[in-house]
Design a protein around this ligand. Structure first.
Ligand SMILES: Cc1cc2nc3c(=O)[nH]c(=O)nc-3n(C[C@H](O)[C@H](O)[C@H](O)COP(=O)(O)OP(=O)(O)OC[C@H]3O[C@@H](n4cnc5c(N)ncnc54)[C@H](O)[C@@H]3O)c2cc1C
Length: 469
């Protein structure tokens, strides 16, 4: 039997980082609002969760976020975690790319890559063709777009960037979906290089200081602290209800009605802070809402293979490495976790977290843990001098998939824009909407909170995202 609960001002479905951030932004600005978060799991955090074992601290999902996003900095502060932050500046924690079976240090920005000896002189000249190449029509893949504008030689680098962020395939991700801001620049100025140059000149004229490279940010006890810190600021059972999966949403005269197996909840505002496919399936069930252009976005799954070694292991100093598909390696790359965040391994030991699977190799995730560990170790030991066997090994298999922003994604964003215009009390954000990273989520959460606070549709802009390896 179901019972009805009193109405809320704002009901938020999902207590991952997105839902918790919307709630926390609202609480900060309008403490009197009656909020309720509904979460299907018995803990907050969704895709963000840390794993502690035998003195090693590894991550199921996100390993960190760059500190160049205001909304994430505010959320960290509102979670009360300013004293627990750990930072690894990209300028110091260098990254590597695996090319021709070796780890090569990569300069951190595209202009520096072009200057570096990794790219032959003829390929460097080819990059300048961007100045007169016409924009490709339609929705080109990242690979087609990079080759058209900058030439084939930059493909392995583009591959590494999108392997690192999406565990994706640059032959399927589309440039309009993953870098809409760059596409705007190309259309407006006829060239990415010219557009960037003009933007920089305008900033200099306005007296804006040149920003250095950002820092990778996490917390002493791992990324899991972030959602936990946010959740701790709400009262369990009154403001957050765990083990409460939402089954259905309805539009009624009283507002939004949300159905779970035990209760029906009504609210004025409704926020869906869920992975994109969960939102799509709940929204498709609402009669008054037009069907989305696609019912499902492809997801890529990865496993983290955490390997611990004594100090004998010769892990090159830095952030980690990425391997483009052309290298045909087993692991997509690895993070040198205890270099960046030294407390992640016991005294005298080091931790590496390798990533396996992704959009191109889901079949590897069918392997049992022992095989995954052996294959990963064999792969890494060809790239660096590692003692055998590792002193610690654990496979973490997150259930969350990474949404792949491929063909048709811009149409989905237009559909959401119309939804927001038609319904000023319905707010859709979360994993896969306008990006996939933590900084994308906190920005989207702030946009949702702003719409609720102002009762107005917010202008949507395509952000010019930086490219970091
Ligand atoms: C393997 C992996 C690695 C990643 N690495 C990074 C990284 O290094 N850096 C980075 O910036 N980002 C990374 N990300 C992305 C980052 O984790 C996400 O951007 C972020 O966690 C998304 O938060 P969210 O709250 O939108 O979604 P989620 O974390 O998915 O949270 C959604 C919540 O909704 C709940 N829920 C689902 N269905 C229902 C329902 N019907 N009723 C009630 N509740 C429901 C879920 O249980 C969950 O708690 C990674 C993601 C993955 C999967």
């Amino acid at each position: 039997m179901t019972t009805s609960s009193p109405s809320h001002d704002v009901l938020i479905i999902g207590a991952g980082l997105s839902g918790l951030s919307v709630a926390r932004f609202l609480r900060d600005k309008r403490p009197e609002l009656k909020l309720l978060l509904l979460e299907k799991n018995n803990h907050p955090g969704g895709a963000i969760r840390s794993h502690s074992e035998e003195g090693y601290l590894s991550e199921w999902g996100a390993h960190g976020f760059l500190d160049n996003c205001l909304e994430s900095r505010v959320i960290t502060h509102l979670a009360g975690l300013s004293q627990e932050i750990e930072k690894a500046p990209l300028a110091r924690f260098v990254r590597y790319i695996c090319l021709h079976g070796n780890l090569n240090l990569i300069p951190q920005t595209p202009p520096k890559i072009i200057k570096a000896p990794l790219v032959p002189s003829s390929a460097k000249l080819r990059v300048l063709a961007d100045l007169w190449k016409k924009p490709l029509p339609g929705e080109p893949t990242v690979a087609d777009w990079v080759e058209h504008r900058f030439g084939k030689a930059l493909l392995p680098f583009a591959d590494a960037v999108f392997t690192g962020t999406y565990a994706g395939d640059i032959n399927k991700l589309t440039i309009d979906s993953v870098m809409a801001g760059v596409r705007d620049l190309e259309r407006e100025h006829g060239s990415v290089i010219r557009g960037l140059w003009k933007k920089q000149r305008a900033k200099r004229k306005e007296g804006e200081e040149k920003k250095g490279l950002p820092a990778m940010t996490s917390f002493n006890a791992g990324m899991g602290r972030l959602p936990q810190g946010l959740a701790d600021t709400f009262e369990a059972n009154r403001e957050i209800m765990y083990r409460t999966p939402v089954k259905e949403i309805q539009q009624t005269e009283e507002g939004w009605q949300v159905l779970t197996s035990q209760n029906n909840f009504t609210s004025h505002h409704l926020v869906l802070a869920l992975p994109i496919n969960t939102s799509l399936s709940l929204l498709t069930g609402i009669n008054e809402i037009s069907s989305p252009p696609t019912g499902e976005v492809t997801e890529a799954h990865i496993a983290t293979v955490a390997l611990g070694f004594t100090e004998e292991a010769k892990i090159p100093f830095g952030f980690g490495y990425l391997a483009p598909e052309s290298e045909q390696r087993f692991a997509l790359g690895a993070l040198f976790s205890s270099h960046m965040f030294p407390g992640r391994a016991p005294e005298g030991h080091q931790l590496m977290e390798a990533l396996v699977g992704g959009r191109r190799h889901p079949e590897r995730l069918q392997m049992d843990d022992d095989t995954l560990i052996q294959e990963t170790y064999r792969d890494l030991a060809q790239l660096m001098d590692l003692p055998s066997p590792p002193s610690f090994a654990r496979v973490l298999r997150p259930t969350s998939g990474i949404p792949q922003l491929e063909a048709g994604y811009p149409a989905l964003l237009s559909w959401r824009r119309k939804l927001h215009a038609d319904w000023n009390t319905l707010h859709v954000c979360g994993f896969g909407w306008k990006g996939i990273g933590i900084n994308d989520m906190t920005k989207e959460a702030w946009q949702a909170a702003k719409r609720i606070l102002s009762n107005r549709l917010q202008e949507e802009e395509n952000e010019l995202k930086g490219v970091y390896f």
